[in-house]
Design a protein around this ligand. Sequence first.
Ligand code: ATP
Length: 354
Amino acid sequence: MSTVEFSRVTKEFGDGTVALDSLSLTVEEGEFLVLLGPSGCGKSTALRLLAGLEEATSGDILIGGNRVNDLPPGARGLGMVFQSYALYPHMSVAENLGFGLRRGAHPTPIDEPEMAERVDGAVEMLGLREVIDRKPRELSGGQQQRVAIGRALVRRPSVLLMDEPLSNLDAKLRNRMRLEIRRLHELHGTTTVYVTHDQVEAMTLADRIAVLDGGRLQQHDRPLDAYHRPANSFVASFIGTPPMNLIEGEVRSNGFHSGELSFPLPAHLQNRTGSGFYGIRPECIGWLDSADAPEAVPATVIGYENLGSAAVIHLDVLGHEVTASHLAGSSTDMDVGGKISISLTHASAVLLEE
Ligand code: ATP
């Protein structure tokens, strides 16, 4: 197990594309870090630089405190799992698992009994006993994924890298494998860097998330801290389904004002001034019985989606589109076209400058 550090790492490709712009980030020993962001944000580039598959234009990359910029991939002590599992089609499950331990494929020689023990341990841990002699084409997607993970783990890497490893699986299997990856992490405690564009994966797997956009780090935080206290409007709208509502406007006299819309700020945001975004999560919108409450804001229901366990309500709030959600069983009347009173004044709301 090792720490990983990016220190002001920039990657500019030959055509001038800056895929990563001065990334500084530390992954603690045994930590599960998720690099999260939309397509093209630079997350795979960060992983490829760490793996040694690309060369940084500037900055330092450290593994276990040692600068590895000039080390070839095989000498960095990493295990890698990619979106395409890249299993050897002509080899059985057992052979695929053991391949990376063979002479020439592993930096230090490993004797046969040790090799057999490690492969057996992976087979047991990943539930592959029944398919041990099968070739990859005779396996389900989930089983192939497990072999790919096992193949990385038997090498006892100091850092495990995963690039969108679940994106080829259907939704149900993805959920199961997500739990399994987290369970394996608890078991081994291997420092892990995991790339995804899926914020649910990030929220459920990560000890900490690094959110990237346009090659720049937007926030590096624990999942719930990024959820409740996003650093900016990009993070606020990227994390959470439905995303946080962001209303652009002005803060004055302890109130938030945007066009015709005005409402009192919650206590923790009072005495602020200036312009920016008022952010409130859909589940924090309050339903009021009376339009007379000081924080009451009029709203019209423009859409209602019942998801079974919860409902998503789309509202027009004096010209602003606002999304609310509530758990099933709530008695709030939500007929489309209905006029209601809501409160946007909530103790977990945020004010964001950009
Ligand atoms: P995705 O989720 O789609 O894989 P990503 O966040 O992993 O996206 P990267 O693959 O890291 O993004 O790419 C970051 C940026 O660098 C993109 O604009 C991409 O087009 C560009 N890029 C990646 N590889 C190269 C290359 N070899 N040459 C030029 N530009 C590249």
